[in-house]
Design a protein around this ligand. Structure first.
Ligand SMILES: *Cc1c(COP(=O)(O)O)cnc(C)c1O
Ligand SMILES: [Zn+2]
Length: 413
């Protein structure tokens, strides 16, 4: 094995058999420990260039991967001299080839590959958008069956660029939480397995490739890392990638400062962190959650149960890196996103626009200085160019009478 897993609670190190939690039952995010201490790049076109620090033995074929480029236009408007864009999306002129247009595809490929290698059954994913689309695309690319559970009103976001024969798509009346509830019940059936979200090392280390790509491209760990967060998994991944790069020794010895943003009025992570509290208290940090979620443009950022308090989670990452958090209005996000599109020529996912606005606020407040080396994680974008190159095929939902009977029964209760 090229890697082992380590529990942050008991410190035990053990072989990876696809676990999402410590076999002794400890709460805490397991971490992959790689036998390669210095990062060796593979000759691959996509994210598997970083396979040395991904929990997989084999490499599926994909062009999907992060790219890093120096910002000219947006940096000049913001007043920054050393701004780098980590881009996950579709912009072939920038060598960015993620057809589903978000960094969720960086999670999907290693997660499915790890699942295949550890033989853990059929993956079940609940999603309201980007995650579902990413897993559908990767499942098709790797020829692995998956089950996707999606709220009916989010179905329009589930499309692929090749016919999705491997995807069983189940539509659920209700919101994302209802989809999660159905997915959880399917996972109780034999042969099905949850993807595990932040608990899955393949998801985190897949997202961490954005940070690795930036460090490899610029030759160093940046001073600042800016991202819009829903669960915070991407930010935890950046922190872990930075720790590994410090261990490598060639990229610097200091952690980046994390600057993370959510979209007002739904900002539980901002609220809890600003109170310096490890616990999210729903009544304080997300009052009127349903209404607040409805008012948010970047709805991929509206996670009600983020891995914040858990050992190795977002609170620990923010504490270790000296974190700052920002609540961003729809208006400010839209403006910053438009400025980015005008200056860099890429249309953005609404969540990435929130990150652009957060960068501008951080500058205004003097949290980031003009010459600081800054990595802005543009987590999604380039949607407009996809249909010029690829067919955009809606994934068809499975009718209750076509479902395996064990699932159909669950679906109706
Ligand atoms: C999911 C998502 C995010 C938030 O990522 P987390 O890891 O959940 O914090 C940000 N931007 C885009 C485009 C996303 O799809
Ligand atoms: Zn343990």
């Amino acid at each position: 094995m090229t890697h082992m897993l380590r529990c942050p609670v008991c410190g035990e190190v053990f072989n990876d058999r696809g676990e999402l939690t410590c076999p002794a039952g400890h709460p805490g995010l397991l971490r992959a420990v790689y036998s390669e201490k210095q990062l060796i790049l593979r000759d691959e076109p996509g994210l598997f260039r970083y396979a040395g620090w991904l929990p997989v033995q084999q490499i599926p074929e994909t062009m999907s991967g992060p790219v890093t480029f120096r910002s000219d236009g947006f940096a000049a408007e913001a007043g920054l001299s050393n701004l780098w864009i980590g881009f996950s999306g579709y912009a072939p002129e920038r060598n960015a080839h993620i057809p589903t247009c978000s960094f969720k595809e960086l999670e999907a490929w290693p997660t499915l590959e790890r699942l295949k290698e550890t033989g853990c059954g059929t993956l079940v994913i609940a999603s309201a958008g980007n995650t579902g689309r990413a897993f559908a695309e990767a499942a098709q690319g790797m020829d692995i069956p998956i089950i996707l559970v999606v709220p009916t009103r989010s179905l329009y976001r589930i499309w692929t660029t090749r016919p999705a024969e491997n995807v069983t798509l189940i539509a659920v009346d209700g919101d994302y939480s209802d989809a999660i509830a159905i997915a959880d019940r399917i996972c109780e059936l034999p042969g099905f397995t949850p993807e595990g979200g932040a608990r899955n090392v393949a998801r985190r280390d897949g997202m961490g490739t954005v940070f690795l790509d930036a460090a490899v491209t610029t030759g160093r760990i940046p001073d600042h890392y800016v991202q819009a967060v829903g669960s915070g998994t991407g930010a935890i991944a950046a922190w872990e990638a930075a720790l590994r790069l410090i261990g490598d020794g060639r990229y610097g010895g200091a952690l980046p400062r994390l600057h993370l943003a959510q979209n007002l009025p739904f900002i539980p992570l901002v609220s809890a962190w600003q109170a310096q509290r490890r616990e999210i208290i729903p009544a304080i940090d997300m009052p009127h959650a349903e209404e607040a979620i409805r008012d948010v443009h970047a709805d991929v950022l509206t996670n009600r149960r983020p891995p914040y308090a858990v050992a190795g989670g977002l609170f620990d990452a923010l504490s270790d890196c000296g974190g700052r958090m920002y609540g961003i209005t729809n208006h400010d996000a839209d403006r910053a996103g438009a400025l980015f599109e005008e200056t860099e020529g890429i249309d953005l996912d609404p969540a990435a626009a929130v990150a652009c606005a957060a960068l501008l606020v951080a500058l205004e407040r003097g949290e980031i200085l003009e010459d600081d080396c800054t990595l802005l994680n543009i987590t999604g974008g380039g949607y407009r160019a996809v249909p010029e190159k690829y067919p955009v095929l809606p994934v068809e939902i499975i009718q209750p009478q076509e479902m395996p009977s064990c699932i159909a029964e669950l679906h109706h209760v």
